[in-house]
Design a protein around this ligand. Structure first.
Ligand SMILES: *Cc1c(COP(=O)(O)O)cnc(C)c1O
Length: 428
């Protein structure tokens, strides 16, 4: 570090060269410098601590800098750091495939690696389109939910319904049709529409966030309704793509949200908590049947997609250690505890006049404030500041406040989150 930068704050030095994601720098120029993190806590450059109430975008579910995971990765680091995964293979990838297949829905057989959540859905979309192409079926439409979110690369962005900021790119999107999330009111209508629509025989796949739509402010729909849609589509050979990038690895109270459903996905997308927040990685898994559509003497029938860091041994090792932790009694007990704490908190707050809706699935908890606002209006900024002042990191979406804290969050830390939320509605 040169003398001129040595004493300057991180947040000051940041401004010179950095361009942050999802940020309009002209109106939001201040970034908070984070110096370190441990367990459920983040520490800023002044030493102030914050409970990470959203597990840094649902990644660090076992806590930041988890010593068990760190040790495994540091050990792996000294043996094999990175190697080409085309023509080569290695123990961490093989072991991860063996261990993950044991917990995935039992029709999943093959794993395809990539780098993040967006690439995992991008791969899934390409798989679905090429599956039909390889079978000489002309199916070029992807079906998706309104308000779904599947990532920021082109295919992923195309299928995402939350496209408020996608204006400049819309004319380059792949062919997508949207359906509303099912409710008691619309389900019959929706099924009728789909039955009619399926006669055209041109829908290649259906991508959905099962049960919880994360970026749509933790909107939830019930398994029974989704089940009806999935079983109908499955009969017509529409490949079901469960995007479990957010919901995966215990957050819904089961290993995967798809475990609540009878009809299993043909393809699944995983990332975020997959590697416990340590190293980015994405996974697209599929059934034997999907895989076999690419298995051929004809080279061109293969899936010609690959990223340089595919199956990085360190990321695979982090994923293995994370999975081992998820399966421990201790973490499973933590998950049950948090579910129970949320239920009790919900009892306290759900009838408050300033709260219009509350919902919970597993350790995911959300409430809507009874106010009218635009999605990224001023309220969001005010709430954010209110929480940060109280040592709690939450990222409200519009008038929705949600909690998705690490499994290792202590009772006292969770109480701090609840207290901060209660103070918003004037309960404390
Ligand atoms: C976050 C997310 C993605 C995109 O993942 P990135 O790693 O941010 O590219 C895709 N799908 C869902 C459901 C997500 O929550």
């Amino acid at each position: 570090m040169s003398d001129s930068t040595a004493n300057k704050r991180i947040s000051e030095r940041d401004k010179k060269h950095l361009w942050h994601p999802l940020t309009q720098h002209k109106t939001h120029s201040e970034m908070l410098g984070i110096a370190r993190a441990q367990g459920a806590l983040l520490y800023d450059e002044d030493g102030k601590e914050y409970v990470d109430g959203i597990s840094s975008w649902y990644t660090c579910m076992y806590g930041h800098c988890n010593p068990f995971i760190l040790e495994r990765v540091m050990d792996q680091m000294q043996r094999l750091d990175q190697v080409v995964f085309s023509g080569f293979t290695h123990e961490p990838a093989v072991q991860l495939s063996e261990k993950l297949i044991e917990v995935l829905p039992n029709n999943q057989e093959k794993l395809f690696f990539s780098d993040n959540g967006s690439t995992s859905t991008e791969v899934a979309i390409k798989m679905a389109l090429q599956y039909h192409f390889n079978k000489d079926q002309k199916r070029n439409v992807i079906l998706a939910f309104e308000e779904g979110f599947h990532g920021d690369t082109f295919g992923a962005m195309s299928v995402s319904g939350l496209s408020v900021y996608n204006g400049p790119f819309e004319e380059f999107f792949i062919d997508v049709e949207r359906i509303p999330v099912p409710t008691t009111e619309n389900i019959e209508q929706l099924l009728k529409h789909l039955k009619k629509r399926l006669k055209k025989n041109n829908i290649a796949g259906f991508i959905y966030e099962p049960l919880v739509q994360g970026a749509a402010a933790m909107k939830m729909h019930c398994a029974e309704h989704l089940e009806k849609i999935l079983s109908l589509l499955k009969k017509q050979e529409v490949l079901l793509i469960a995007d479990e990038v957010m919901t995966g690895f215990g957050k819904t109270g089961k290993y995967f949200a798809s475990d609540y459903l009878e009809t299993k996905p043909d393809i699944m997308c995983l990332s975020k908590a997959l590697t416990a927040g340590l190293i980015p990685m994405g996974l697209t898994t599929c059934t034997e049947e999907v895989y076999m559509a690419f298995y051929s003497d004809d080279v061109a029938k293969g899936l010609f997609h690959g990223h340089t860091y595919t199956a990085n041994p360190l990321a695979c090792t982090a994923a293995l250690a994370a999975l081992e932790l998820l399966q421990t009694d201790a973490i499973q007990q933590n998950i049950r505890d948090i579910m129970e704490w949320h239920r009790k908190f919900d009892e306290e707050i759900k009838h408050h006049p300033q709260v219009s809706n509350t919902r919970q699935l597993g350790v995911i908890y959300a409430l809507d404030l009874n106010v009218q606002t635009e999605r990224y209006g001023n309220l969001r900024d005010k709430l954010f500041k209110h929480f940060m002042d109280r040592g709690v990191f939450l990222r409200p979406l519009g008038n929705t406040i949600y909690i998705l804290a690490p499994y290792v969050t202590t009772r006292e830390q969770m109480e701090r989150i609840y207290g901060a939320i209660k103070s918003v509605v004037g309960l404390v």
